[in-house]
Design a protein around this ligand. Structure first.
Ligand SMILES: NC(=O)c1ccc[n+]([C@@H]2O[C@H](COP(=O)([O-])OP(=O)(O)OC[C@H]3O[C@@H](n4cnc5c(N)ncnc54)[C@H](O)[C@@H]3O)[C@@H](O)[C@H]2O)c1
Length: 317
């Protein structure tokens, strides 16, 4: 199917991700059908979209015409057969392989013959999720980052049988909805973004364990050092600018000191066992009592939006 023929988007799962993804497409004029398992979940999703809209309006990232368009372009359904006219179906349901497989087993016979099929899995295998689909050439991983209506990156992950045409069409579609697509050439755990993110996370925990820096200083070093550069330069361009010879010499003595642990971190296990899961339990590496939980989320969202505006204006130049 050609890019211009994509008009109707089906989204399964009306949670955090499905709601934000629905908003992005509806804002651009696509007709969107969101499906979930109960009326309450669908009502909650509509409320969530409205909350997202209000933030975007307040930040002048959305006009009132676009807000109206979002609300009128999204339909809700409890029935998967509502996907029968969709040109692209995005599955954003619970991250359990067997649930995703049984979803697709049902939807493969409902979907149009030429519809594109996508899963928003965070890291499950694209090949395993699409196991039951006969023609996998139009099946792809489409990994939006949370919050999807703000973070620009979308990873498009090729399964073993995904066609180049599918990837090209969906890449162009992502650009139409103002996203920054990257192609993940192999169905590999963590894709690209989470491999980078978790390499830094593993090293942060290693630095903490070795007593080299405090929690606060590790976060600060990332935010004002490498993190300050990363919105402008990726790690490979950073090396080009720093000099590949210099980066080689540093790697030669430094790599052997970096963590190469293959285990999930013990420190996280200890925190989980004591009921400290981070913001959602008001304690993690930091404490978030007395309204600090809401404060930190507000600060994050407001900074993300500022970054997005900067990013948008840089892209237009
Ligand atoms: N939350 C994140 O930060 C994030 C980021 C990127 C990708 N993802 C991925 O996106 C997907 C959804 O995550 P989320 O955070 O939105 O989850 P969520 O729990 O907020 O929402 C999932 C929704 O799917 C619904 N659901 C479950 N089984 C279903 C079925 N068979 N048919 C229709 N709906 C069904 C649930 O009722 C729920 O409303 C997962 O695969 C997750 O790994 C999440």
């Amino acid at each position: 199917m050609k890019l211009d023929s994509i008009k109707r988007i089906g989204i399964a799962g009306a949670g955090t991700m499905g709601s934000g993804i629905a908003l992005i497409f509806a804002k651009k004029g696509y007709k969107v059908t969101v499906m979930d398992l109960s009326i309450t979940l669908l009502e909650d999703s509509r409320k969530l979209v409205d909350i997202f809209n209000q933030t975007l309006l307040a930040e002048e990232l959305m006009t009132s015409d676009e807000e109206e368009r979002v609300m009128s372009n999204i339909e809700y359904s409890l029935d998967k057969s509502a996907f029968k006219d969709c040109d692209l179906i995005i599955e954003a349901i619970v991250e359990k392989l067997e649930v995703k497989q049984s979803f697709w087993k049902e939807v493969k016979s409902i979907a149009k013959k030429d519809a594109y099929l996508a899963t928003n899995t965070s890291g499950l295998s694209i090949n395993s999720i699409s196991e039951d689909i006969v023609d996998k050439t139009r099946f792809v991983g489409m990994h939006f980052w949370n919050p999807p209506h703000i973070v620009p990156l979308v990873e498009l992950i090729k399964g073993d049988e995904t066609s180049d045409e599918t990837v090209e069409v969906l890449k162009s579609l992502m650009k139409r909805i103002d996203k920054e697509p990257v192609i993940v050439q192999k169905d590999t755990p963590g894709f690209i973004g989470n491999r980078l993110q978790f390499a830094a996370f593993r090293e942060a925990l290693h630095i903490l364990k070795e007593g080299v820096g405090t929690v606060e200083d590790i976060d600060k070093a990332m935010r004002f050092g490498p993190g300050f550069r990363y919105p402008v330069l990726g790690p490979l361009e950073t090396a080009d600018l720093g000099g590949l010879d210099t980066f080689y010499y540093i790697s030669a003595y430094l790599f052997k000191n970096l963590s190469d642990s293959k285990e999930a971190p013990e420190i996280l296990k200890e925190k989980i066992d004591s009921g400290n899961l981070g913001v959602k339990t008001k304690e993690g590496f930091y404490e978030y009592f007395d309204g600090q939980d809401e404060e930190v989320i507000k600060r994050r969202d407001s900074m993300f939006i500022k970054m997005l505006k900067l990013n948008n204006s840089a892209e237009k130049k």
